[in-house]
Each structure stands twice: as C-alpha cells, then as structure tokens.
Ligand binder design. Structure first.
Ligand SMILES: C[S@@+](CC[C@H](N)C(=O)[O-])C[C@H]1O[C@@H](n2cnc3c(N)ncnc32)[C@H](O)[C@@H]1O
Length: 116
C-alpha cells in the first residue's frame, strides 16, 4: 500500500486494532522500501502493482515459501508477462487455480536456496 506522511505508518500499540493482533505490523509505502529488510517471508500475497515489473519480489520469499498472485484472467489470449514470470521461472514451481468463473490465482512455491 502507498501513503502515510513519512512513508511508514506503524499502528502497533497505537490503536485497538493491532493491539488485538500483536504479531501484525502495518506499513504504508512502496514495498521496495520496507519489505526487503524484513525478508524472508514464508508467504507473499502480491496485490500491489504489476508483478511482472517486480521480479525481485520473488526473492522476498524463503525457499519452500509460497507466492500467491490473484486477479488473473482464465481466458487471457496472447503474451502474458505475469504468467511468464511465474511459470517460466527456474526459481518457482507454479500452479493455476480457477477461483471464480472469471478469475484465476497462481500459487507458486519458491524453489532452491536463498539467492538461487
Ligand atoms: C490491485 S490494487 C489492490 C487493492 C487492495 N487489494 C485493496 O483492497 O485496497 C493495487 C494496489 O497496490 C498499490 N501499489 C502499486 N505499486 C506498489 C508498490 N510498489 N508498493 C506498494 N504498493 C503498491 C497501488 O497503489 C494499489 O493500491
């Protein structure tokens, strides 16, 4: 997510929402500024911007971890850079799941060792 005056908002302990969920950290800003130093993650749900323009996001995930990319079209025709990144990538083993009659999600397991 983008936003926040200083680019980062931490709501932990600052309101009733996150105090009920102590292991949640809410950040606002460009993910590139905040997530690499918190990596690696076991799960990455990529819902921000164009995944095909962010191949470095794959390296946020620990080997054996899972990447979820939703909102793809099942009947997409022609080149699809998002599917190419996920399915033609030696770092990933991916499967496509029909989530509704008109939407698809891709689940991809990060293979190999860190930095592979
Ligand atoms: C498809 S929308 C997701 C909306 C979200 N699921 C929601 O319900 O609010 C993509 C969002 O990613 C944000 N975004 C795009 N590039 C980003 C980046 N590099 N870092 C963080 N957020 C980004 C956009 O501003 C937009 O809000």
């Amino acid at each position: 997510m983008r936003g926040g005056r200083d680019g980062v908002r931490r709501r932990r302990r600052s309101n009733g929402v996150d105090s009920a969920v102590p292991n949640v950290e809410l950040l606002a800003g460009d993910w590139r500024d905040h997530l690499p130093q918190r990596a690696p993650f076991d799960l990455l749900f990529f819902d921000g911007g164009h995944f095909d323009e962010s191949p470095e996001a794959i390296d946020l995930v620990v080997p054996g971890g899972l990447i979820v990319k939703d909102d793809l079209s099942p009947d997409w025709e022609g080149p699809d850079p998002v599917r190419e990144l996920l399915f033609d990538n030696p770092k990933l083993l991916a499967v496509e799941l029909l989530t509704t009659p008109t939407t698809v999600a891709v689940l991809a397991v990060r293979l190999g060792v860190t930095g592979a």
